[in-house]
Design a protein around this ligand. Structure first.
Ligand SMILES: NC(=O)c1ccc[n+]([C@@H]2O[C@H](COP(=O)([O-])OP(=O)(O)OC[C@H]3O[C@@H](n4cnc5c(N)ncnc54)[C@H](O)[C@@H]3O)[C@@H](O)[C@H]2O)c1
Length: 302
């Protein structure tokens, strides 16, 4: 059985990924310090290591000889990095470095790194293409970009096979609606369920390329196997359509309540996904309408 390690596997995307990997028959190891993740979200059947990725020595035996490491552990969200610059720096930059070191030394087959569309920041043109010069406008965005560069350099200098997937605003099952740094979709769904107004930051005209977690997980599996990547390539994993937050509110249904915009939030995200289509044979399959309608049922919203 091939050993696969998922860092951040108790979190939103990582738990979805770990579940799919188990269903595909892999031996799945989850590394997570439960900073944001929940133990109960680690799927049954995965070996759980409650561990900080900064502890490289403890990480080594876990990743040693792994077929692949999916590196998703991070302290994400733009607002969190504004409020807690040091801890986000450590988890996102030093943590990624630690995972890459352990993977290099453990002769891991491939590291798939969870990069972020936030690296684009604000650009003159839409959609974002991977050849655009990154322009991070938050500490989080820069930290995720630094991880990409480290991954690329570990490929070039040490021959470690890596690929960076820039995820665009991911949504789906297992999102957390709680906490001050929750993503818009779970916050909106929880508000709608509780009969409260939907808290929109800014005037709601900002757009996002909402991408379903099942599509993201499929991209991860393809990136693990594709012979066309492995040298630190950067690929947009984006549904390829940008929708305003106001339009999202309409889709969910309900009153909006406008709250002040946070520093570092990009005005738009919209990814050109041609590179992922070409190199991975991937394409998004779930429309925002279908994804939201499924989630409304999960939240008990009729
Ligand atoms: N959700 C999105 O829209 C999105 C978009 C772009 C990129 N990403 C990236 O995808 C990855 C997963 O995001 P998510 O939304 O599932 O976040 P999440 O917070 O739900 O999951 C991250 C997990 O990492 C764990 N973690 C944090 N610091 C750790 C440490 N030092 N050691 C071990 N574990 C640690 C947390 O406990 C959590 O379970 C992150 O790297 C994030 O930057 C997410």
């Amino acid at each position: 059985m091939k050993k696969i390690v998922v860092t951040g596997g108790a979190g939103f995307i990582g738990s979805n990924l770990a579940r799919t990997l188990l269903a595909e028959g892999y031996e799945v190891h989850v590394v997570d310090n439960l900073a944001n993740g929940k133990r109960e979200d680690v799927p049954n059947g995965a070996v759980f290591h409650e561990l900080d990725i900064l502890d490289t020595d403890a990480l080594r035996p876990i990743v040693d000889g792994a077929y692949a490491v999916f590196h998703l552990a991070a302290l994400p969200r733009v607002g969190y990095s504004y409020d807690y610059p040091e801890s986000s720096h450590r988890a996102n930059i030093d943590g990624t470095f630690s995972v890459l070191m352990a993977s290099r030394d453990g002769k891991v087959g491939r590291v798939v790194y969870a990069a972020s569309s936030s690296a684009y920041g604000s650009q003159d043109h839409l959609p974002f293409t991977e050849d655009m010069h990154p322009h991070p406008i938050s500490l989080y965005a820069f930290q995720k970009l630094a991880g990409e560069e480290y991954a690329r350099l570990f490929s070039e200098l040490y021959g470690l096979s890596t690929v960076s997937l820039r995820f665009f605003t991911v949504y789906g099952s297992n999102m957390r609606p709680d906490g001050g740094y929750a993503l818009a979709i779970p916050k909106f769904l929880a508000a709608k369920r509780d009969g409260k107004p939907l808290p929109v930051t800014g005037d709601g005209s900002q757009t996002r390329d909402f991408t379903h977690v099942k599509d993201v997980v499929r991209a991860c599996l393809l990136a693990m196997e594709s012979p066309s990547v492995g040298k630190g390539e950067v690929l947009n994993i984006a549904a390829g359509r940008n929708v305003s937050v106001n339009a999202l509110v309409e889709l969910i249904g309900g009153e909006a309540e406008y709250v002040p915009v946070r520093p570092g939030d990009a005005p738009d995200t919209f990814g050109d996904n041609r590179r992922a289509r070409e190199l991975l044979g991937w394409e998004p399959q779930i429309t925002l309408e279908d994804g939201i309608s499924e989630l409304k049922k999960e939240y008990g919203i009729l």
